[in-house]
Design a protein around this ligand. Structure first.
Ligand code: HEC
Length: 146
């Protein structure tokens, strides 16, 4: 019986020890594998960055860009900025001077909390940051002066 226990212990030690050594050599092989993967990745990365860095093709003027970015042109044109968009909403060329009379609040307030039906839904679902509102108001001011 004692022999059996000793044999078991020897096998267990050899088993664990061997397993340990095996896993060591295995992890060394694994350690070199990610290195290769890493170099492969670094060779791929510059290509991906180039794609991101490349300026998105845009047909609109600098002032019109924000309306494209925020999806406004799905419903609005701003003819004075050369922006041709959807016809669901009115042309915004004169919005800078019109909005207060039409909607009862200055344009920057209107863009924060529109009083009209469709724009309430548009802004409610996707609010504009102060920065974006400033850009939009600035662009609409330029449009209204053209
Ligand atoms: C889903 C269509 C839609 C989108 C998208 C949209 N609008 Fe409008 N917008 C309208 C409609 C329709 C009106 C007319 C008033 C109303 O019904 O809300 C309007 C009115 C306006 C007005 C008041 C102009 C006026 O003469 O009454 C301004 C300013 C305006 N939108 C700016 C924007 C800006 C800036 C964006 C982008 C962040 C935008 N809109 C996105 C549909 C849209």
């Amino acid at each position: 019986m004692k022999n059996a226990i000793i044999i078991f212990c020897v096998f267990a030690l050899v088993g664990f020890g061997g397993g340990y050594l095996f896993s060591q050599s295995g992890s060394q092989e694994q350690a070199t594998a990610p290195d290769n993967a890493a170099t492969e990745q670094t060779t791929q990365d510059p290509e991906q960055e180039e794609k991101v860095d490349a300026p998105a093709p845009t047909a609109v003027t600098a002032e019109g860009e924000i309306f494209q970015q925020k999806g406004c042109i799905a419903c609005h044109s701003i003819e004075n900025l050369g922006v041709k968009g959807g016809v669901t909403g009115p042309d915004l060329s004169k919005a800078y001077v019109n909005v207060e009379g039409k909607h009862g609040k200055p344009i920057n307030e209107f863009l924060k909390q529109p009083t009209s039906a469709v724009m309430s839904t548009v802004i409610g679902g996707n609010p504009l940051t102060d920065d974006e509102i400033n850009k939009i108001v600035e662009s609409l001011k330029i449009a209204s002066e053209k």
